[in-house]
Design a protein. Structure first.
Length: 141
């Protein structure tokens, strides 16, 4: 009996509690109701290439994608320069990110294929969101 109690006490001592990591994360300083833009870019060198993204500063983000400023997406490095094809304004960042994800993962092909299908999907998904407006619409030429 004595051995059993010793084993029980050892197992309790050897068990460690998980510790929380102390990472210093810098949170994004945005207001919850700040206007956010969903944009669709089209490559000027290859009209079949497009990119969908979210930002709160359109000029800065376009300069990043075109390589003028550090911070563009890796995908957009290959087919520079890029130009805005369509831009939508959404009332808050959460809704903008939700619509962006839905455009990138859309399954319904009735919107169409290619860049025109992405614009149609954005318009369809935007109907259920408050303060959704299309501000730039470029025709596919």
């Amino acid at each position: 009996m004595v051995k059993k109690t010793i084993l029980k006490t050892k197992s309790k001592k050897s068990r460690k509690k998980p510790t929380k990591s102390k990472k210093s994360c810098k949170k994004r300083s945005t207001k919850s109701n700040e206007e956010t833009f969903i944009y669709i870019l089209r490559s000027r060198t290859n009209a079949k290439k497009s990119y969908v993204g979210v930002t709160n500063s359109l000029p800065r983000r376009l300069r990043q994608h075109n390589g003028e400023v550090v911070g563009g997406a890796r995908y957009t490095q290959a087919n520079r320069p890029w130009a805005f094809f369509a831009v939508f304004v959404v009332g808050n960042r959460h809704d903008a990110l939700s619509i962006e994800w839905k455009i990138k993962h859309r399954k319904l092909r009735s919107d169409g294929v290619g860049i025109d299908g992405k614009v149609a999907a954005a318009c369809r998904f935007g109907t259920v969101v408050k303060n959704f407006t299309q501000i730039i619409a470029t025709s596919h030429a």
